[in-house]
Design a protein. Structure first.
Length: 417
């Protein structure tokens, strides 16, 4: 049962003088100490540890002294309760707002509490906590204003070449914490964790780790597609068509999962992927990617898109999203592929296409790479090729579509379940 609020009255607060603690409800207390010293305190359970603690709200007004009135104390108590409802410790939040003494550790903890509700991954909060507590141990006791680029380098240098991905994430999180501190007026000047024009010039270039995705030999692809169609004819699930569409277009799974109806131009048989959905380190920055569609790819789109579909709707809808307001699940396509070919990944479809283009066609390497939305040459070369590449890429994708339709290979496929 909820605790009663407003048990005290202004008159009672003025007349109380015996030593003790008097509750107003909801964690607010009037405390009278030796010598008649009067103060307001807020008692609560700390979100992190679950232990009881008290937060001083200030001196309490009485007959003969200035201080917080009952109404003002109730306002402060309600502010603290609002923070607790968001999972924020009021004491930590107060300390974080003191620019003179706020440490990186105290502010980082409060900041993490304030943003954790927006995390989607189940391990994201734990990863942030590890980086801000363990990786940043050497700067946690430093005040926000005193942290320099040298301090950030001391955190990153020992791990930069050993665990580069973790190091990059740690740098990004330090930068975000310090940016938030500046936004709250707790520090000024340049952010010492900035990458461009700062740490980029001071840290060695970390080697990129190459991940090899399982791919099917391209001779097996027609059989895989045939098996997907057989499964679809029996179950009529859009995920099998999505898997086939991804193989036909050689795109990344996320680019197809989040495809919206407005991106399709049926008249020109063209799909335009917005720049923000592309992998930026591979594709020319800020430029959309045009995907020519073969006849079968167009037929798949017409099959999965209901008549009158809203332009903002997802083309490949999630299993329970009849109105196409939610996309296919992240692993749905992967599972569909592996049911017919266990040693296959969605990214491996791109490798199968690239191997086929290099081994079985006379299309230039640059055209095959551009079909995969990879950067080719410098900006001048990219601009020069932009005018003619679409026509050649259309020829390449139509040839790939015809090859996939061939069904001429013999391959042992997993038994459909």
């Amino acid at each position: 049962m909820a605790r009663l609020l407003h048990k005290l009255s202004a008159r009672k607060v003025e007349t109380l003088n015996a030593k003790g603690r008097y509750g107003d409800g909801g964690g607010l207390y009037l405390r009278i100490a030796d010598g008649g010293r009067r103060s307001w305190v807020f008692r609560y359970l700390r979100p992190a540890s679950g232990g009881h603690t008290e937060l001083g709200l200030g001196p309490a007004a009485g007959k003969s002294r200035d201080g917080l009135s009952l109404a003002h104390a109730r306002e402060k108590a309600e502010e603290a309760r609002m923070l607790l409802r968001r999972g924020i410790d009021p004491a930590v939040e107060r300390k974080a707002k003191d620019p003179a003494s706020t440490t990186f550790g105290a502010f980082a903890d409060a900041f993490l509490e304030s943003i954790k509700s927006g995390f989607k991954g189940k391990n994201t909060h734990a990863d942030w906590k590890r980086d801000l507590e363990v990786r940043c141990a050497s700067i946690r006791s430093k005040t926000l204003q005193d942290i320099t680029t040298t301090d950030v380098l001391a955190v990153l240098s020992p791990i930069w070449l050993i665990i580069p991905r973790t190091a990059r994430e740690t740098r990004s999180r330090i930068e975000r914490v310090l940016s938030a501190a500046k936004a709250k007026g707790l520090r000024s000047g340049e952010n010492p964790a900035l990458w461009r024009g700062n740490l980029k010039e001071l840290l060695p270039k970390a080697p990129k780790s190459k991940r090899h995705h399982k791919a099917a030999p391209y001779k097996d692809v027609p059989g895989i597609v045939a098996a997907l169609r057989t499964k679809h004819s029996g179950a009529d699930t859009a995920v099998n068509l999505a898997a086939e569409y991804i193989m036909l277009t050689a795109v990344r799974t996320g680019e197809a999962r989040f495809m919206r109806a407005r991106e399709i131009n049926f008249e020109n048989k063209l799909w335009t992927i917005p720049a923000e959905r592309l992998k930026t380190e591979d594709h020319p920055e800020g430029r959309p990617h045009e995907v020519p569609l073969c006849a079968r790819a167009v037929a798949i789109l017409r099959a999965v898109m209901p008549k009158g579909l809203d332009s903002d709707a997802y083309v490949f809808a999630g299993q329970w999203s009849k109105d196409h307001t939610k996309p296919l699940g992240m692993n749905a396509v992967l599972h569909a592929l592996q049911k017919v070919y266990p040693d296959m990944t969605t990214h491996g479809c791109r490798s199968s296409f690239r191997d086929w283009a290099g081994d079985e066609t006379h299309f230039p390497r640059e055209i095959a790479e551009m079909a995969l939305a990879h950067k080719i040459g410098d900006e001048v070369e990219q601009a020069y090729r932009r005018g003619t590449a679409l026509k050649k890429r259309r020829e390449l994708m139509e040839a790939w579509g015809r090859y996939v339709e061939g069904e001429s290979n013999v391959v042992a496929l997993a038994t459909a379940s």
